[in-house]
Ligand binder design. Structure first.
Ligand code: FAD
Length: 467
């Protein structure tokens, strides 16, 4: 029984999924309550994810670019690192965004309740706030409680020398010797930051490659660059904790060349994330999650319980902010009675390493595995004028086309700003473009975006001029 509801929509969790859903619901005239345990809105992404990591990656880039001009007529003095100031700047960036969100919530009359929410039933959330417990009854609910980092057995994230991504972003110090456990996007992004700031970085990855979602040819330029910069990159290697003390962690590394033990000043664990579905009293709603903690939803973002929706990291991979926010809009619009569903052809993925690695649609590996007949066009950035003027020539732009229809089905870009450039490929996939559509689109010169046009021209057989 619904009883008397306090709101049309209750959104649990104020990350990019939750705040987007709440704002959209309010804009559509629904009485909306947004419950968030932290004082700041924005979730993992704004507070301890996408935004602070990109701020620090920018700092890393500044250091690297200055360094790369040493032999080209621009010599600066040695780096003077003021960690407090750098941290302060990063926090300012975050505050500006989270503060902005608070303003936007207020403008829309979204009722923000700060406290830890637990379902009491399929129609009621119990919220533990600083002034006691509140019960909120809802007509509809959108679960957007996100995910948290996991650690392999033996890695105690409460130990001061063992960090998850949140602790790494706090930038307490730059360790002399840093071990990054996990060669995925988050691990490699944080490795980029700490290496630039002066740490000797070792990466240990259990699998046989870095960044397993991307095609190996697209990861190669990154590998080549970091091979020169990191102390070592160990694949097929299992790291385990031998001993910890206040100042360091002794680690056993078991890899193809045998076992060894090494001591690190800090260890960053970045081996994956787990949905928060086990911490919200989900069972009282009649819903459950699978063995990975994922809540199942349909294309309307609806769970098995008709008036309860779920979005973002808690509904599974890819765990990305732009997926969460798009799903949030769908859930809000469906609740408001609009005909809408989540039917994106592609959710682009980006590693903001240096160089960046970005991909959208099917990868070549996926196409092969699924027996898709495809044509491929690859454009090396060494033949792009803008790329050379950035003193970078290692980039690659790759496009994949369906052999039968000629339509673009996938693309990948490696190089500086690949994350920005991949948006054009995503649009092309959504719109069902053929190579010629991109080739005939006049791209500004000289830009890195021309590499997409050039790859398309190569596919269309019209490539003439370079540079
Ligand atoms: P979250 O952002 O996890 O938000 C969930 C919110 O719910 C949190 O604020 C939490 O406090 C709240 N909550 C949970 N349980 C309760 C409860 N019981 N009561 C009250 N509140 C609760 N993605 C990208 O797309 N691009 C990137 O560059 C990128 N970089 C990243 C870097 C790092 C270091 C990390 C860790 C992640 C990164 N991500 C990135 C992933 C991105 O942060 C997530 O995909 C995104 O935040 C998921 O959004 P969400 O709304 O599902 O959940």
């Amino acid at each position: 029984a619904e009883g008397e509801a306090d709101c049309d929509v209750l959104v649990l969790g104020a990350g990019p999924g939750g705040y987007t859903a709440a704002f959209r619901a309010a804009d559509l005239g629904l009485k909306t309550v947004l419950v968030e345990r932290y004082a700041n809105l924005g979730g993992v992404c704004l507070n301890v994810g996408c935004i602070p990591s990109k701020a620090l990656l920018h700092a890393a880039k500044v250091i690297d670019e200055v360094d790369s001009f040493r032999d080209h007529g621009l010599k600066f003095g040695a780096l003077e690192l003021d960690l407090d100031q750098l941290r302060g700047w990063k926090e300012k960036v975050v505050k500006r965004l989270t503060g902005g969100l608070a303003g936007l919530a207020k403008q829309r009359k979204v009722d923000v309740v700060q406290g830890e929410g637990q379902f009491a039933s399929a129609h009621e959330l119990r919220v533990t706030t600083s002034d006691g417990e509140r019960r909120i009854r809802f007509r509809h609910c959108i679960i957007a409680a996100g995910s948290r980092p996991i650690a392999p057995p033996g890695f105690d994230l409460d130990h001061p020398r063992i960090m998850d991504s949140t602790a790494a972003l706090e930038l307490e110090e730059v360790p002399k010797r840093l071990l990054v456990v996990g060669g995925g996007i988050i691990g490699l992004e944080m490795a980029t930051v700490y290496q630039a700031l002066g740490a000797k970085v070792t990466v240990a990855e259990l699998g046989d490659r870095l960044m397993p979602g991307a095609d190996p040819d697209m990861v190669r330029p990154l590998r080549k660059r970091i091979d020169k910069r990191y102390k070592s990159i160990l694949l097929k290697t299992k790291a385990s904790v031998v001993k910890t003390n206040k100042k360091s962690v002794k680690i056993r590394l078991e890899g193809p060349d045998g076992d060894s033990e090494e001591t690190f000043d800090r260890v960053l664990v970045a081996v994956g994330r787990q949905p928060n579905s086990d911490r919200i009293g989900l069972e009282t709603t009649g819903l459950g999650a699978d063995e990975r903690g994922i809540i199942a939803v349909d294309e309307f973002m609806r769970t098995r319980v008709e008036h309860i929706f779920a979005i973002g990291d808690i509904v599974g991979q890819p765990m990305l902010a732009h997926k969460a926010s798009h799903e949030g809009k769908v859930a809000a619009e469906v609740i408001a009675g609009h005909k809408h569903a989540f039917d994106a052809r592609t959710i682009p993925a980006v590693a903001y390493t240096d160089p960046e690695v970005a991909w959208a649609g099917v990868t070549e590996e996926q196409a092969k595995a699924e027996g898709i007949e495809y044509d491929k066009a690859v454009f090396p950035w060494a033949a792009n004028g803008r790329s050379l003027s950035l003193e970078r020539d290692e980039g690659i732009t790759k496009l994949l086309f369906d052999k039968a229809t000629g339509r673009i089905i996938g693309g990948a870009i490696t190089g500086p700003n690949a994350g920005d450039l991949i948006a054009e490929v995503a649009l092309a996939i959504e719109m069902g473009c053929e190579a010629e559509d991109i080739a005939l689109t006049v791209h500004p010169h000289p830009t890195l975006s021309e590499t997409v046009a050039m790859a398309a021209e190569a596919a269309a057989g019209t490539l003439t001029d370079l540079y």
